[in-house]
Design a protein around this ligand. Structure first.
Ligand code: ADP
Ligand code: MG
Length: 249
């Protein structure tokens, strides 16, 4: 196992006494793109927030390189599920991307030329340099998600965690983002993406984690993305949908 493998042990979360996640233990491979797959309400977002220590957990032990993930927060970029964000907040595109540079700034230091250049370069990578002064409330879903990816780039994190980045966005934005993520993987980054659409799983991910309150399965797509596991996560409601790239083990 690589030193940067994230090891999750006994992650259990309840909301008002109701279990949302039950004793999840698994490794997350370093330097790969891992998809977290499962139906609505399966606990995918809860898994990310629990892993990161952003919510109260009943039990939690998450380690990187032998110590608590909580000591590695500066190495992690996290983009939460979009519906959770307040888009009426008066902030422009460049300011959102500059937020990514804050962890590397000292206390009470304002972003200067270097950080601005970093943020503008990130905006260029997501092909939105012309939108720097635009209010975020005036962007399409796809443009907004690209701005959040630019923030991730500006942060220069080693571990990138995205919750449903492709929901409600156009195909061009999805492709721009996926191409960037594949480049980041080549550069050795660890990428974790919550995704509920099964059709592109084989295309996008190296490894998957199938969740439905409990861990259904995890591992390489080729051995884990099987009809049996998909049925176990999504149930009979799936019917006879044929999914490309499913291994019939
Ligand atoms: P997913 O991201 O897979 O759709 P979530 O992690 O958002 O699932 O939610 C898992 C379960 O926990 C759902 O039943 C959801 O209604 C419940 N839940 C999520 N967040 C809260 C909360 N803040 N308070 C109470 N219940 C919650
Ligand atoms: Mg969710």
């Amino acid at each position: 196992m690589s030193l940067n493998t994230i090891t999750v042990q006994h992650l259990t979360v309840s909301y008002q006494g109701q279990k949302a996640l039950l004793d999840i233990s698994l490794p997350i491979a370093a330097g790969k793109i891992t998809g977290i797959i499962g139906p609505n309400g399966a606990g995918k977002s809860t898994f990310l927030k629990g892993l990161l220590g952003l919510i109260k957990t009943e039990s939690r032990n998450v380690q990187i390189a032998g110590d608590s993930i909580d000591l590695h927060k500066q190495r992690i970029a996290y983009v939460e599920q979009r519906s959770a964000l307040d888009l009426s907040f008066p902030i422009n595109v460049l300011e959102v991307v500059l937020l990514g540079t804050y962890p590397s700034l000292g206390v009470l230091r304002r972003p200067k030329k270097k950080e601005k250049e970093q943020a503008l370069a990130a905006l260029k990578t997501v092909q939105l340099e012309k939108f720097a002064k635009r209010q975020i409330g005036e962007l399409s879903g796809g443009q907004l998600q690209r701005v959040f990816i630019a923030r991730v780039l500006a942060q220069k994190a080693d571990i990138i965690i995205l919750d449903e980045p492709f929901v409600g966005i156009d195909m061009t934005s999805e492709k721009v983002i996926m191409d960037i993520l594949k480049e980041l993987k080549k550069a050795g980054k660890t990428i974790l993406i919550v995704h509920h659409d099964l059709h592109k799983v084989a295309h996008y991910f190296d490894e998957i984690i199938l969740l439905k309150k409990k861990l259904i399965a995890c591992g390489p797509v080729s051995t884990t993305f099987t009809n049996r596991n998909i049925q176990a996560a999504y149930g009979e409601t799936m019917g006879d949908i044929v999914i490309k790239g499913v291994a019939d083990a």
